[in-house]
Design a protein around this ligand. Sequence first.
Ligand code: DX5
Ligand code: ZN
Length: 221
Amino acid sequence: MMDCNRRIVAPSMLASDWARVGEEARRAEASGGDWLHLDVMDGHFVGNISFGPQFVAAVRPEVRMPLDVHLMIERPDVYFPRFVEAGADGITVHVEADHDVKDTLSRIREAGCRNGLAISPDTPFDAVLPYLDGIDLLLVMTVRPGFGGQAFMEAETMPKVAAGREERERRGLAYHIEVDGGIDEATAAVAARHGANVLVAGTSLFKAPDMASAIAAMRVA
Ligand code: DX5
Ligand code: ZN
């Protein structure tokens, strides 16, 4: 069974130098990153376009760490198999996207990946309640999805992290709780206190003067 208390730091490639993607991925691994977070945006579900399965496939041979693919796309049910083929280890889909959530989550597992369910800041926690018994990871977005470098939305999102932990304990479930957006050493401490164990960070790690010490600080925050 997974260890929901193990602290996992996941550098987000969105904030890396895309002219040197392989080198940046290796730098994240050499600096102590546990998972590599990859943000896929389609210009429909969010107001930004990032990259697709070919980018994920290009990064795959560069590192050994698990690839944590976050799909901010309107039809994750249609496109997730391409990310499985590209080498994703975990695939997270949004509860707000246009798909049969339960079916997509079980198909991701059947394909041999860890599944994740993401909830945006404006969506009430109740939206994920029906799916908690079938997930490996709950992603509580701590900014509105679409762009890196935004400010951590503590008041709107920390009650959801706490609710995720409460439901997990109350119902004897097992899933990671991940936070994503505006995470640095200080906000990591806040999120961890509320129950998050997987910390995604783009700007605060890739733009840090020393990524290894930034990761180390986040690990104990
Ligand atoms: C935002 C993405 C995040 C992004 C976080 O929609 O899901 O993963 O990379 O970036 P920072 O850490 O800069 O807020
Ligand atoms: Zn993300």
